[in-house]
Design a protein around this ligand. Structure first.
Ligand SMILES: [Zn+2]
Length: 151
């Protein structure tokens, strides 16, 4: 894992701290690491130093599969400037994905490689990594059957 100064330098604009450093370090290895409690086995996100379910401090950054379904969908027509975001190209999709690991475990990002009909609640998606601001960035893409049809 890179030292703190290196890691902070790689993610300008993000608020890195002791609780989320493993989360961001995971991006560099293209792993989405969310905290999982070693005592009650519950996952939670965003990173917190104590399990919100049982108050154990035995939380461990653990890679998720990245598979899930779209739980919430937003089409942004305008917003703050951000690397890789072009509102003029069309509405920028933001998806909240419920991950397969646990009901209620959700991760927010954007979606790539989609057809307009994929932008719907319940669409099966999987994790994908794009490059943004010089580092890997976790996004989702629709899961396709070999036929090219949505899963
Ligand atoms: Zn717990």
């Amino acid at each position: 894992m890179p030292d703190d100064a290196t890691l902070i330098g790689l993610f300008p604009g993000h608020s890195l701290d002791l609780d989320n450093r493993a989360f961001y370090a995971g991006w560099l290895e293209k792993e989405l690491r969310l905290n999982r409690c070693a005592d009650c086995r519950r996952w939670h996100h965003p990173p917190q130093p104590v399990c919100p379910a049982c108050w154990s401090d035995q939380v461990r950054p653990t890679a998720v599969t990245g598979r899930g379904t779209i739980h919430l969908l937003i089409r942004l027509h305008q917003g703050p400037a951000a690397p890789g975001v072009d509102y003029a190209a069309g509405p920028y999709p933001v998806v909240v994905v419920e991950l397969e690991e646990q009901a209620g475990l959700r991760f927010t990002s954007t979606i790539v490689g989609y057809e307009p009909s994929d932008l719907a609640i319940g669409t099966a998606v999987e994790l994908e990594w794009i490059e943004r601001a010089g580092t890997p960035f976790p996004v989702f893409r629709p899961v396709r059957r070999p036929s090219g049809q949505p899963a």
